[in-house]
Design a protein around this ligand. Structure first.
Ligand code: UDP
Ligand code: MG
Length: 341
């Protein structure tokens, strides 16, 4: 039987401290899998880190022939970094894993076993999030439930990016080139045979989280706007409700004037109505604006990321790593001294 190929894709942004801890764990897991006929590879994507991450990755690649490293031209965000990595997995399955050790690499053999059973998307579902505070735990819990109600695309709850994708799931994912990438939703959209593997989410091994509350809020907005148009409909129903109430109120005012005359009072009522309607209208406009802004950005058709430099693993040529339709020499470092191995 020919060896099955598996590439672990890791997005790393300022993870110089965490990577040296993670890599030996990953290497040990891949060593174990090699005995079962799985040809393991590692593809690290440096998402424009400002620390020594790239130097660490070059050292890892020099020491381990299974390691390829890719550096983006700036920080594009985790979703773009993962896309850059997945675009370069041309053969076999891929596994997505966080650089900070929160997704235990020791689970990979279980994922592979499920893949062998015929599943296309094997994802880790967190039964506990030991590493996260109560704020993150409760907001994340709420977010997944709201998303499930709002979106028609099935998005498994408490499931992050930690997952294995079969070659056909990968090929499908690669066709989704939207700029606003809510990966959890994209995985769900692809479908095929999915299965979840429960695990305990550990604390970060080193470094600190890149996602503060504001970033998480924006991430949630991204999720809702990418996979649901329900907020747009809210304006319609609010409008209908307001109109219905307004008709009733108007009838009451006319009746009152006819029965008891019109003493011209009601300044408080008028202010309340004006302010309420103004507020509701602005909110509805803002909602439309959120969607319109995203539409504008999609329409620009910019690439999802740019590659600064890469260091393919020993025995892998630049051509092997270039996604289809991309000239491999397009990203050859132009500055002398940046030449890659
Ligand atoms: N990450 C990235 N680009 C970013 C932010 C994060 O590639 O702009 C990577 C980060 O290095 C890590 C993963 O995404 O491997 C998850 O980030 P983090 O641990 O900070 O998120 P959390 O686990 O706290 O949600
Ligand atoms: Mg983390």
């Amino acid at each position: 039987m020919p060896a099955e190929r598996l590439t672990v894709v890791i997005a790393a942004y300022n993870e110089a401290e965490a990577l040296p801890v993670l890599h030996p764990r990953l290497a040990a897991v891949l060593d174990g899998l090699a005995g079962e006929g799985v040809e393991g590879h590692l593809l690290y994507v440096d998402d424009g880190s400002g620390d020594d991450t790239w130097a660490v990755l070059e050292a890892l690649a020099a020491a381990d022939p299974r390691v390829s490293a890719l550096r983006l031209s700036r920080n594009f965000g985790k979703e773009a970094a993962l896309t850059a990595g997945l675009d370069r997995v041309r053969e076999g399955a891929a596994i997505i894993l966080d650089a900070d050790g929160q997704d235990p690499p020791e689970l990979i053999p279980q994922f592979v076993a499920k893949w062998r059973e015929g599943y296309d998307d094997v994802h880790g579902t967190r039964i506990a999030r030991d590493g996260d505070g109560w704020f993150k735990r409760t907001t994340a819990h709420g977010f997944y439930r709201v998303m499930q109600r709002l979106s028609k695309t099935p998005i498994p709850t408490d499931t992050g990016d930690f997952r294995l994708l079969s070659p056909r799931a990968l090929a499908a994912l690669r066709q989704l080139r939207e700029r606003h990438r809510f990966m959890k939703g994209l995985f769900g959209w692809v479908g095929f045979r999915q299965v979840s593997v429960p695990y305990r989410r550990e604390a970060r091994t080193a470094g600190r989280t890149k996602f503060n509350a504001w970033k998480l809020w924006n991430f949630a907005l991204e999720g809702v706007t990418s996979f649901s148009t329900a907020p747009l409909r809210v304006a319609t129903y609010l409008g209908l409700l307001t109109a219905a109430l307004a008709f009733l109120y108007a009838a009451w005012i006319v009746l009152k004037a006819v029965l008891w005359g019109d003493p011209v009072a009601g300044w408080p009522t008028m202010m309340t109505v004006i302010l309420l309607l103004g507020g509701v209208q602005l909110m509805a406009l803002g909602t439309i604006g959120e969607y319109l802004g995203r539409l504008y950005e999609e329409s620009k058709q910019r690439p999802l990321y740019l590659v600064d430099r890469w260091r393919p693993a020993t025995g892998v040529s630049l051509d092997d790593l270039a996604p289809e339709g991309e000239r491999p020499d397009a990203y050859r470092p132009s500055v002398a001294g940046n030449e890659v191995g």
